[in-house]
Design a protein around this ligand. Structure first.
Ligand SMILES: [Zn+2]
Length: 468
């Protein structure tokens, strides 16, 4: 059986400062090596001071993943030499000497499967290597320490995944969860990075590093399953090794031999005291935590009668569920949920497109009211929405400028139907035998009225005329 486990590095992007100093946690788009100080570049004599907020945010992730939070946490030095690591050790957590990391023994439910979380630890991110040109061809490698020391939470799962599809679902659930908690923006470049380990039946464990995106995680795992299985089938042993994902060639490639745990020479970080986490602080934190995605979904279904699938999609997208929360009333909640999930999400599905949306909370609320009250059809609603997202103009302006009011006065509708009957004699004569033809005629009327005819009323008039 295939077994897959994950190590996910998630940056705490919503913090003001780095994990052990007061440099900015938001290192993106700054001139190279401008966001550094003696602490984060590890100058002799500098002392780290733990960011309390980072402990809180990491605890929130622990709680949300059902982990136990220990009474005491402490930090360790993980020693290795790499140009992006200025101190030659990374301050991280390690379960040893009676100490523990910020969380352990959690679970996440994905569909019918339970994924166990082994542990969660708080640590610092290293700096970044920047290659001039491509990393294969260049002679010059630069290092930028702006990222060094930014807060990172590492989430380690048990090898509970059986296939790459479960991994993808889990990663999406996790990204939604940290976004909903307001601790991280998982869609920022490099904010969530995934390493995987995978073994097939009768094979050794192989680690995969350096995978850039969620989609590539799935591809890399598929590639590894095929590679390892073909080795096993030919009676060749699968080597226990670390491989990295070659994005250009879409294959995994064997990397340098991996350090063993003991190569890291974990040592207690003596410059940071052992931290006691009082139980009442955890209880307080639980109270401050935002409503979980699951609870939100339940509420949408129970309180507003929103269909399960719609509630599922709406509750897991923080941007759109926030929009829903701010715009709905008891009267139009179901319709707003419908507009968001069927039209708006298709229209603006990326962060950039969401940021460009001009529509206001009032806009979408008015639009839903108009549809619920029958002042306009869903079809006209779609047209109005397209205008709203571009201009943010009030619904009343859009309705009059685009002439989107509902055609629900029967006499003008009758006239249009007269025209269609005259044009479609053949279809009209067949309508008695073939009920599909009626839909065809209704469709013609809708097209002629640009979707403004009330479908129910149209059908009623046509039926009456055909007298059945
Ligand atoms: Zn610093």
């Amino acid at each position: 059986m295939t077994k897959i486990g994950l190590e996910i590095h998630c940056q705490l992007t919503k913090l003001e400062s780095k994990l052990f100093c007061s440099c900015k946690a938001d290192y993106r788009n700054l001139p190279p090596n401008s966001n550094i100080c003696p602490v984060c570049v590890g100058l002799p004599g500098s002392l780290p001071a733990l960011n309390k907020k980072a402990v809180e945010k990491a605890s929130m992730i622990s709680i949300a993943l059902g982990c136990k939070i220990p009474e005491k946490i402490s930090f360790f030095r993980k020693n290795y030499f790499y140009p992006d690591l200025p101190k030659n050790f990374q301050i991280t957590q390690y379960n040893a000497y009676g100490s523990a990391s910020i969380g352990s023994d959690g679970t996440v439910q994905i569909e019918e499967k339970e994924i166990r979380i082994r542990r969660i630890q708080l640590e610092e991110d290293p700096g970044r290597l920047v290659y001039e040109g491509s990393s294969q061809k260049t002679q010059i490698t630069l290092v930028d320490y702006n990222r060094a020391g930014t807060p990172l939470v590492e989430i380690v799962t048990e090898p509970d995944f059986e296939n790459p599809r479960q991994v993808r679902i889990f990663l999406n659930v996790l990204a939604d969860l940290v976004e909903n908690l307001g601790v991280s923006d998982p869609y920022l470049e490099g904010a969530m990075r995934v390493d995987g380990n995978i073994s097939v039946e009768k094979g050794n464990r192989v680690e995969i590093k350096n995978v850039g995106s969620f989609r590539d995680v799935e591809k890399a795992l598929h590639f590894e399953i095929t590679r390892q299985q073909s080795l096993v089938n030919r009676g060749i042993e699968v080597a226990a090794e670390t491989r990295h994902w070659d994005d250009a060639r879409k294959i995994t490639v064997s990397s340098r031999s991996k350090e063993e745990e003991h190569d890291y020479r974990y040592l207690p970080e003596a410059d940071i005291p052992i931290i006691r986490i009082a139980q009442d602080r955890i209880e307080n934190l639980k109270k401050q935590m935002p409503e979980s995605i699951a609870a939100k979904k339940e509420r949408y279904i129970k309180k507003y009668g929103i269909p399960q699938q719609v509630a599922d999609v709406l509750s897991s997208d923080k941007f759109y569920s926030d929009l829903f929360e701010k715009s709905h009333t008891e009267y139009n909640a179901k319709e707003i949920a419908n507009i968001i999930t069927t039209d708006l999400m298709g229209f603006a599905d990326t962060r950039e497109k969401k940021a460009e949306l001009k529509l206001t909370n009032q806009n979408i609320s008015d639009l839903a009211d108009a549809i619920v009250s029958g002042a306009m059809t869903r079809n006209s609603g779609k047209i109005a929405l397209q205008e709203m997202v571009k201009t943010g103009k009030p619904l009343s302006d859009i309705m009059s400028s685009l002439d989107l009011g509902n055609m629900n006065d029967a006499s003008s509708l009758e006239k249009i139907i007269d025209e269609v009957f005259a044009e479609e004699e053949k279809a009209v004569s067949e309508a008695g035998q073939n009920p599909d033809t009626i839909n065809y005629i209704v469709g013609k009327v809708m097209r002629k009225t640009k979707g403004k005819a009330d479908p129910g009323m149209t059908l009623e008039i046509i039926r009456k005329r055909l007298s059945f």
